[in-house]
Design a protein around this ligand. Structure first.
Ligand SMILES: [Zn+2]
Length: 87
C-alpha cells in the first residue's frame, strides 16, 4: 500500500491526464482501470487508516501510479457522499 499525499499523487495525475485511462467502479473503494491503447486492465483499491489515505494497484509500479491517480477523483466524490449519507 502506498500513502496518497499531494506530492505523491501530483506526477501520477499529470500522467493520467495524458493517458486518460478508462475507470470503472467495481464496488466502493475498488476500481478497474484500463489503458485505452493497450487494453491492459489493473485493479486499484483505496483504504483509509488513521485519517491517511492509501492506494494500491496491481500493476508493476512501486510508486503511486496513474491508475491510482485517475480513479482517485471518482473515489473522493463517492467517499464524501457516503460520509454525508451516514451522518
Ligand atoms: Zn497502477
Amino acid at each position: 500500500m502506498l500513502e496518497i499525499t499531494k506530492e505523491s499523487i501530483e506526477k501520477a495525475t499529470a500522467k493520467a491526464r495524458i493517458a486518460k485511462p478508462l475507470v470503472k467502479v467495481i464496488e466502493f473503494r475498488r476500481y478497474s482501470v484500463t489503458n485505452r491503447e493497450t487494453g491492459a486492465t489493473y485493479e486499484v483499491r483505496f483504504t483509509k487508516i488513521a485519517g491517511k489515505k492509501f492506494g494500491e494497484c496491481n500493476c508493476k509500479a512501486t510508486k503511486i501510479c496513474y491508475h491510482i491517480s485517475s480513479s482517485l477523483p471518482i473515489h473522493l466524490v463517492w467517499a464524501s457522499q457516503m460520509h454525508t449519507a451516514t451522518r
